[in-house]
Design a protein around this ligand. Structure first.
Ligand code: NAI
Ligand code: MG
Length: 372
């Protein structure tokens, strides 16, 4: 039996193109793994009314981790209109498969390394090596929201917070409420993951990106827990920052930062900023990681206009493979892959259109494989 069982989920559009690129590189690396194809994406929504079929969940449950490329999603009305006629008018609702996977497998870490590879013409600055740890399951994206504001909720808020006086006289149907729920354990586990990573890969600092001076209770809890955890890592310094100032510093002096940690929404924002500093969608990979399972993906979407043309930049996908190898414990192989990717970028001989080149997706993968 192979050492690893890896679910293989190309999804839609250029997802297939970049996964073919990943396969060229994985075949060259030849880790002892079995790749198990699993259905996910728009095609299965359209024909089955389910973008994440149960058979895929069964496969995922039998695997060590998953590689995922990209899926298409569309607004509510278009989603309904795309369904095959037999499925229309049945009240089926499209829900994002990746969000569901995060919840289903408690993938509480969203890991986004952003490195400025030498010679990448899309780098906005050189010398960047940032790694964002974004909390992936709680906070403002947990989906605990109300509109109109239910009377019971309102009366509890009024009884417990003098600040509610500011909304006195506003009808409940004119009030929308989105909650930002943090748990102590939720704060602890994301901060600990950031410190562990800094420790393992030798980063001297962990920067906490929150807003405790204004959002006192949730950001405050995160800061207090971070200070306690930091004591266990005397070699690593904890830097506490406010998210608004932080985005300015990230543009001005991104080289000063290494590992960063933030709650769901702030992490979402700073990780997109960090990604753009080092070349944007063609270069941004992420890991959705839990204690027992993980899903690795490029952060770009299915770019339908390029689907099947094999022109998309596979670098983000190859860097997702690198993150997977790290997580599996194949650290040296991961390192070698990153070095091969870096060498191909620096050499600049094989380039996709986004870098001003004319080479195809698979040409880049072959160039990386040759370097390995
Ligand atoms: P997108 O990321 O698919 O593409 C936006 C543009 O960025 C493309 O038109 C292309 O010019 C460029 N681009 C993206 N990836 C590239 C690559 N690897 N190489 C070179 N250029 C690249 O975002 P868009 O157009 O907003 O969404 C298209 C579809 O993808 C939608 O259905 C959307 O819902 C979905 N999507 C899925 C995501 C996922 O699977 N995680 C994430 C973002 C969007
Ligand atoms: Mg985002």
């Amino acid at each position: 039996m192979p050492k690893y069982r890896i679910a293989w989920m190309p999804g839609d559009g250029i997802g297939n193109d970049v996964m073919d690129a990943a396969r060229i590189v994985l075949d060259k690396i030849a880790i002892d793994a079995e790749y198990v194809p699993a259905d996910i994406g728009w095609e299965f929504w359209r024909t089955e009314g389910e973008p994440l079929p149960q058979r895929t969940i069964d496969i995922l449950n039998s695997c060590d981790c998953a590689l995922f490329a990209a899926i298409t999603s569309k607004p509510k009305e278009e989603a309904e209109a795309d369904l095959v006629p037999e499925l229309q008018g049945k009240g089926l609702v499209y829900r994002s498969p990746i969000v569901r996977l995060r919840q289903m497998f408690d993938l509480y870490i969203n890991l986004r390394p952003c490195k400025a590879f030498k010679g990448n013409p899309l780098n906005l600055q050189d010398g960047i090596d940032m790694v964002v740890f974004r909390e992936n399951t709680q906070g403002l994206y947990a989906g605990v929201e109300f509109h109109p504001l239910p009377a019971e909720v309102r009366s509890v808020l009024e009884a417990h917070s003098p600040r509610m006086a500011a909304f006195e006289g506003v009808p409940s149907e004119d009030i929308a409420l989105s909650t930002r729920i943090f748990t102590r354990a939720g704060c602890q586990r994301i901060v600990r993951a950031a410190f562990e990573y800094a420790d393992k890969f030798g980063y001297p600092t962990v920067t906490l990106v929150e807003k405790p001076n204004v959002i006192r209770e949730t950001s405050g809890l995160m800061v207090r827990e971070a200070r306690k955890i930091a004591k266990e890592y005397p070699r690593i310094e904890l830097w506490e920052t406010n998210v608004d100032a932080m985005v300015m510093w990230m543009v001005k002096n991104p080289q000063n930062y290494g590992v960063m940690v933030a709650s769901n929404m702030f992490g979402d924002i700073v990780s997109d900023l960090a990604a753009q500093l080092v070349g944007g969608l063609g270069f941004a990979a992420s890991g959705n990681i839990g204690d027992k399972f993980a899903v690795f993906e490029p952060t770009h979407g299915s770019a339908p206009k390029y689907a099947g043309q094999y022109v998309a930049n596979p670098t983000a996908m190859l860097l997702a493979v690198k993150l997977m190898l790290d997580w599996l414990g194949e650290t040296e192989t991961a390192q070698a892959l990153e070095q091969a990717v870096a060498a191909v970028i620096e050499e600049g001989r094989v380039r996709t259109y986004d870098l001003g080149g004319q080479d195809g997706t698979l040409d880049v993968a072959r160039a990386v494989a040759e370097r390995l």
